[in-house]
Design a protein around this ligand. Structure first.
Ligand SMILES: NC(=O)c1ccc[n+]([C@@H]2O[C@H](COP(=O)([O-])OP(=O)(O)OC[C@H]3O[C@@H](n4cnc5c(N)ncnc54)[C@H](OP(=O)(O)O)[C@@H]3O)[C@@H](O)[C@H]2O)c1
Length: 293
C-alpha cells in the first residue's frame, strides 16, 4: 500500500492518475476527500492534516511506501509554514519509521537551504534533513518550479493580464528551469520501482530551459494569446501591500508576501535534465506544453 499525501495538488493529482491507472493500491491522506474528484472512488481515504500528527499514525497502517507531497507556501489557521513543512515532515518520517515503512519519498525544492531568505525554503531544508537522517530508505526530489496548463500560478498570471500592464513583483530576474507536473509524476513512478543506493537517493528535477520570471510571464502571456508590457513593482512595496492584505483577510488573502517572495529566489540545478533522464524521463519545453508559439 502506498500512502500519498498532497494527492489533490498539482503533482499529486498527476501522480495519482498514474498510480490508479497502473492498479497500484493507494491510500490518500486528505483534508477533504471531495477535492480528489473522480479518483476518490479508486483509493482508500485517510482523513488527516499536516497539523494533526495522530492522523499520520492511522494513515500509515499497513503502508510500505509513503509519497509525501503535501506542503504549504502560506501560513494556515492550523499551523505556520515552518510547522506544516518542517515539523510535520519530521513527524511524518518518524511515524513512518515506527510503522515499518520501507521507502519514504519526499519533495523538497531546489534552493531549499537553512539560510534562504524565504521561510518556506528554510522549512524545506529542515524537512529534507529530517528525511535524509531518518532510518527509513528514502528518495528525495528537489524540483525547480513545477507547472501545468491551468495551474494556480499560470491562472493568476492570466487573470492579472486583464490589467493593461502585467505587474511583476521585484526585478523578475530570478531564474527557473520549469518542469511539467506530468514529467515530475513520471519521475516519481520510475523512482518507486528503484532501490535507492546506500539507503537514500536524491534527484534534482529541472526542465530543459533556464528562464527568468519575466521570461516565464511573457511565455504565459503568449500561450494565453495576450500581449502585455511587464511592469516591475519594487519589492518593499509588494511586501508591505501583501502583508497588509494578509493582516486584513487572513487565510482568504488572494496572495501573500511569502508566496510572492518565492518568485525572487533562483531555482536552478547544475544537473539540468540529467536526473530526470536517469529515471527515463525527458522533460518537455514549457512553450511546447503550453502551446505557446
Ligand atoms: N509546484 C512547484 O513549483 C514546486 C516546486 C518545488 C517543490 N515543490 C514541492 O512539491 C510538492 C508538491 O507540490 P504541488 O505544487 O503539487 O503542491 P500544491 O499543488 O500546492 O498542493 C499542495 C497539497 O498539499 C495539501 N495540503 C496543504 N496543506 C495541508 C494540510 N494542512 N494538511 C494536509 N494536506 C495539506 C493540499 O491539499 P488540499 O487539497 O487540502 O489543499 C494539496 O494536496 C510539495 O512538497 C512542494 O513543496 C513544488
Amino acid at each position: 500500500m502506498i500512502l500519498l499525501t498532497g494527492a489533490t495538488g498539482l503533482i499529486g493529482s498527476a501522480l495519482l492518475r498514474r498510480l490508479t491507472a497502473a492498479g497500484r493500491p493507494v491510500r490518500c491522506l486528505v483534508r477533504d476527500p471531495r477535492r480528489l474528484g473522480p479518483e476518490r472512488v479508486r483509493v482508500q481515504i485517510a482523513l488527516g492534516d499536516l497539523a494533526d500528527p495522530p492522523s499520520f499514525r492511522n494513515a500509515l497502517r499497513g503502508v510500505s511506501t509513503v509519497v509525501h507531497l503535501a506542503a504549504a507556501i502560506r501560513d494556515q489557521p492550523q499551523g505556520s509554514i515552518e510547522e506544516l513543512n518542517g515539523i510535520a515532515t519530521w513527524r511524518m518520517v518518524e511515524a513512518a519509521d515506527r510503522a515499518g515503512v520501507e521507502h519514504f519519498v519526499f519533495f523538497s525544492a531546489q534552493s531549499a537551504t537553512s539560510h534562504s531568505r524565504a521561510r518556506f525554503m528554510r522549512a524545506k531544508a529542515v524537512a529534507e534533513r529530517a528525511v535524509a537522517e531518518s532510518g527509513v530508505r528514502h528518495t528525495i526530489f528537489a524540483p525547480s518550479i513545477v507547472y501545468a496548463p491551468g495551474d494556480i500560478f499560470l491562472t493568476m498570471l492570466e487573470r492579472l493580464a486583464w490589467l493593461p500592464v502585467l505587474p511583476i513583483s521585484g526585478r523578475g530576474q530570478a531564474l527557473f528551469q520549469p518542469i511539467w507536473a506530468d514529467d515530475v509524476a513520471d519521475c516519481v513512478v520510475a523512482a518507486l520501482d528503484r532501490e535507492p543506493a546506500n539507503g537514500g537517493a536524491r534527484y534534482e528535477l529541472s526542465g530543459p530551459e533556464t528562464l527568468s520570471y519575466d521570461a516565464i510571464a511573457e511565455l504565459a502571456m503568449r500561450a494565453a494569446g495576450r500581449q502585455r508590457r511587464l511592469v516591475h513593482v519594487p519589492t518593499p512595496l509588494v511586501s508591505r501591500s501583501l502583508r497588509a492584505v494578509e493582516a486584513l483577510m487572513k487565510s482568504k488573502a488572494p496572495a501573500t508576501w511569502d508566496e510572492a517572495e518565492l518568485m525572487e529566489i533562483t531555482m536552478t540545478s547544475s544537473h539540468g535534465t540529467a536526473d530526470a533522464e536517469s529515471l527515463g524521463v525527458v522533460p518537455k519545453r514549457m512553450a511546447a506544453v503550453l502551446g505557446a508559439a
